[in-house]
Design a protein around this ligand. Structure first.
Ligand code: SF4
Length: 323
C-alpha cells in the first residue's frame, strides 16, 4: 500500500465509500483469491523481461516498477512496488526495439514512467527518438492525478524535447480532477504533447452514467480526449470492483444519448489468456430486410430505417494492401 499525501487529502475521511479512498485503501475483500496473477497473459508475450510484444507493430516497455500510488485493482500487482527492477533489462530492451523490423510504436509503462528521474526518462525518449521507425510514443501515467507535484518542471522539459508524445492519463472519477491536476495538464499542453485518458470501470466508484459523463466532460474541457474505458481485468483480489458487462454496455448507451462524440471513450475488455483488447458497445444495427433496408436504433431506443444499396462492395484497390 502506498498513498501520497496529496491523494490522501482528496479523500473523505468520514466516508468509507469515498471513491478516492476505495481506490487506495486495502479492503478485506482483497483476501478473495478469485482471479489471476497475470490476467493479461503478459508473461507469455515478453520478448525481454521488460518488453511486451503482443502485436507485430508495437511494444510495451516497462521502464520502472514504481508508482506514486498502488491502485487496489492494478493488473500488474505481481510486478509494481515489488523488488523487481526492469531497469536491469533496459539496454537489452532498447536493442530489441532497434533490431525488430516491425515495431513502429512504443508504450512506456511500468509502474509509472514519471517516477523515473527526468534525465533517466529523457535518456529512454532520446534512444527511441533516435529510431526513425518509431513514429508513435505513448507514456502511461497516473502521476498528474495522484501526485502532481512529483511531475516536475524537469520532467516537463524532457517531454517538450521529444514532442509530440501521447501522454495517457489514468483517471477514474471527477473527484480526481483537482486544481493541481488541471494546472499540470495546462503545463503539459504547453509542451506540445497530446493528452488522452484511460479509465477503469469500477463497482461503486464510477459505474454510473452521471459520474462518467461528468468525468469525461471535464476531461474534454481540460484538453484531454477520453480514450479507453476498461472493463476490469480478472486480477487476483479485485473481484469486488467488477461491474457486469451488460451494465457497462448500458452505461455506454446512456452516455451516448447526451455526450458529444469527443467525450466518448472506447469501452473495451482484455480477457485472461492474452487475446488483446475486445471492443464492447451496444449494437445499434438491429437487422436487415432482404435487400437494402437496414433497421437501426438510436441510443434512446428509437427505431429507424437506413437504406444502403444492398450490395456488398468489392475491394477499391487502394494499393496499400497486397491482396
Ligand atoms: S498507477 Fe497504474 S501501474 Fe501503478 S498501481 Fe495504479 S494501475 Fe497499477
Amino acid at each position: 500500500m502506498k498513498v501520497p499525501l496529496f491523494y490522501l487529502n482528496l479523500m473523505d475521511g468520514n466516508n468509507p465509500s469515498c471513491p478516492i479512498r476505495q481506490q487506495a485503501v486495502p479492503s478485506p475483500l482483497e483476501m478473495d483469491n478469485d482471479g489471476e496473477e497475470d490476467p493479461l497473459g503478459e508473461n507469455g508475450v515478453s520478448v525481454t523481461p521488460a518488453l511486451l510484444k503482443r502485436h507485430l507493430n508495437r511494444g510495451v516497455f516497462l521502464v520502472t516498477s514504481q508508482c506514486a500510488m498502488y491502485c487496489r485493482f492494478c493488473n500488474r500487482k505481481r510486478l509494481v512496488g515489488k523488488a523487481w527492477h526492469p531497469e536491469i533489462y533496459r539496454e537489452e530492451s532498447i536493442r530489441y526495439i532497434k533490431e525488430d523490423p516491425h515495431i513502429r510504436e512504443i508504450i512506456l509503462s511500468g509502474g509509472d514512467p514519471f517516477m523515473l528521474a527526468p534525465d533517466e526518462l529523457g535518456y529512454i525518449l532520446s534512444e527511441l527518438r533516435g529510431m526513425p521507425k518509431i513514429g508513435i510514443i505513448r507514456i502511461s501515467t497516473r502521476m498528474p492525478v495522484v501526485w502532481p507535484e512529483g511531475f516536475t518542471r524537469e520532467h516537463l522539459k524532457e517531454i517538450k524535447k521529444y514532442a509530440p508524445l501521447w501522454i495517457v492519463i489514468h483517471i477514474n472519477h471527477p473527484k480526481e480532477i483537482s486544481p493541481e491536476f488541471l494546472e499540470l495538464v495546462r503545463k503539459i499542453r504547453e509542451t506540445g504533447n497530446m493528452l488522452i485518458s484511460q479509465t477503469v470501470l469500477l463497482r461503486n466508484i464510477n459505474d454510473c452514467p452521471h459520474v462518467l459523463s461528468k468525468l469525461f466532460h471535464m476531461l474534454v474541457a481540460a484538453g484531454i480526449k477520453p480514450y479507453y474505458l476498461f472493463q476490469l481485468d480478472e486480477v487476483i483480489g479485485a473481484a469486488h470492483f467488477k461491474v457486469r458487462l451488460e451494465k457497462g454496455i448500458e452505461i455506454m448507451r446512456a452516455l451516448r444519448e447526451n455526450a458529444s462524440g469527443l467525450a466518448m471513450p472506447q469501452y473495451a475488455l482484455d480477457i485472461t489468456g492474452g487475446l488483446g483488447k475486445i471492443p464492447l458497445d451496444y449494437v445499434y444495427v438491429k437487422g436487415r430486410d432482404k435487400g437494402s433496408r437496414v433497421h437501426v436504433e438510436n441510443p434512446s431506443g428509437k427505431a429507424g430505417i437506413y437504406c444502403d444499396d444492398g450490395e456488398e462492395s468489392s475491394c477499391m484497390n487502394c494499393g496499400i494492401c497486397r491482396k
